[in-house]
Design a protein around this ligand. Structure first.
Ligand code: NAG
Ligand code: NAG
Ligand code: NAG
Ligand code: NAG
Ligand code: NAG
Length: 385
């Protein structure tokens, strides 16, 4: 990065700034490797680090890894399959975690934090092995993207966003006319695979060597692409026409499967893909500056109408309404009164929702702890009912 670019970053980030890194670490189960990884992470010089493929399958390992990370708090999700495991590490103590959600244990960890004075939703993803599981995970993650809180989603998605993100895809794009028809057929098929329905074409195309994986690429990358565009997120490493690097190479095929996405109001700079000695993936790094959106208020609030099924809630609303009926005289006309009643009901429902949400969340944390120790005791990999 040149001096001018650095200066530009500095200007953009006067006020808030956050350095973000994401790295597939290819196991930190053995203490020596873990120390080597921790040691090297310093060179990334980040405030928040998303790790994938930690391979930590027991609570013992998890606690040890957490203890040994001394630069700030860290949050670990147990690898319930042998090669999974994700974590979010902080290289700062200026962070408060408001909420922790494991969308999928060992695969997707969501933290809602206030860091350096700003509220953010951090989403770390490690894409599962099969296309169907990946699509399932993306669909589950989707609900966490629709929020007034700025989102930072990063990780090893094990999915490419465009065909150009695979070296073999680029070759195919260049010289195959057949591809276009395959893709359009896959598009049609997509309608039938949503909601986890098993697609038929994988059988019809098995004769065509090499085409099946292409279809697979198309199918889950389409889901990722549509979710990203619906949630209005930006692909950090292609912003401003930047040409991204492949982040992973395997058997002569290169691909960009490690990615980062942020809300469009965020300013980012200093994007780089970095070679790290401990992994076969490149690590991602970028800076986030001050956003140009106003952080006042919490954006739109939507009522989850299921709360209205609750008899207590119904009673509360009823008595509020009775109470308001007595107060019509305070208003010039009925429409002013009604506007006020709506506001009162809205704030009542908001209070009740928050209360309900809080008790649900503490119940969630209890269950998560239980599940973690069950998996840990089972040595990982085994399923429990
Ligand atoms: C933590 O941040 C400091 C600067 O604030 C930096 O020098 C150091 O390399 C970072 N450590 C890690 C592990 O990223
Ligand atoms: C990534 O996806 C490919 C198929 O696209 C699969 O063969 C591979 O096992 C996956 N890798 C991991 C680490 O899950
Ligand atoms: C923030 O900046 C971006 C790019 O400069 C612009 O497209 C967007 O409309 C701005 N958002 C607000 C809320 O001003
Ligand atoms: C609404 O609440 C119900 C029950 O608490 C929950 O199952 C559902 O997922 C919620 N819907 C949304 C959109 O949050
Ligand atoms: C009701 O009264 C307010 C002023 O108090 C006025 O602005 C509004 O237009 C009135 N609405 C109707 C329907 O008369």
């Amino acid at each position: 990065m040149g001096v001018a670019a650095l200066f530009f970053c500095f200007l953009m980030m006067a006020g808030f700034s956050l350095r973000v890194a994401s790295s597939n670490v290819n196991s930190v189960k053995v203490r020596r490797t873990r120390h080597a990884v921790y040691d090297h992470l310093r060179y990334l010089d980040a405030d928040v680090i998303f790790l994938q493929e930690t391979h930590l399958t027991t609570l013992g390992h998890l606690r040890e890894a957490e203890r040994e990370w001394r630069s700030g708090p860290s949050y670990w999700s147990l690898a319930v399959e042998p090669y999974a495991g994700v974590a979010i590490l902080f290289n700062t103590t200026d962070v408060t975690v408001h909420r922790l959600m494991e969308v999928a244990m060992g695969r997707c960890l969501v933290l809602e934090v206030t860091i350096h004075g700003r509220r953010l939703r951090l989403i770390n993803i490690y894409g599962p092995q099969t296309v169907t599981e990946r699509i399932q995970l993306l669909i589950e993650v989707k609900q966490y993207l629709f929020t007034s809180i700025p989102v930072v989603m990063a990780g090893d998605f094990n999915v490419t966003l465009t065909l150009g993100d695979r070296s073999s895809g680029r070759a195919v794009v260049r010289d195959s006319k057949v591809l276009k028809s395959i893709i359009s057929q896959a598009n049609l098929c997509d309608v039938f695979t949503l909601g986890g329905r098993k697609p038929k074409y994988t059988y019809t195309w098995t004769g065509a060597v090499g085409l099946t994986w292409l279809l697979a690429v198309v199918r889950d990358s389409k889901v990722l692409k549509s979710i990203i565009s619906q949630a209005h997120l930006c692909d950090v490493f292609t912003l401003g026409g930047r040409k991204p690097k492949y982040t992973y190479t395997c058997a002569d095929r290169s691909s960009r499967i490690d990615m980062a996405f942020v809300s469009p109001s965020e300013t980012v700079c200093g994007m780089s893909e970095r070679v790290v000695p401990y992994s076969d993936h490149l690590a991602l790094f970028f800076c986030m500056g001050a956003s140009n959106r106003s952080d006042i208020g919490r954006g739109l609030w939507r009522l989850n109408s299921s709360i209205l099924d609750d008899v207590c809630v119904q009673n509360c609303v009823h008595s509020l309404f009775q109470d308001q009926l007595q107060r019509q005289d305070f208003y010039d006309n009925i429409s002013d009164w009604w506007e006020n009643v709506k506001e009162e009901i809205r704030s009542l429902l908001k209070r009740l929702s928050v209360k309900k949400g809080k008790s649900k969340y503490s119940q969630y944390l209890r269950l998560r702890k239980e599940l973690e120790s069950l998996y840990s005791a089972g040595g990982g990999g085994q399923t429990k009912d």
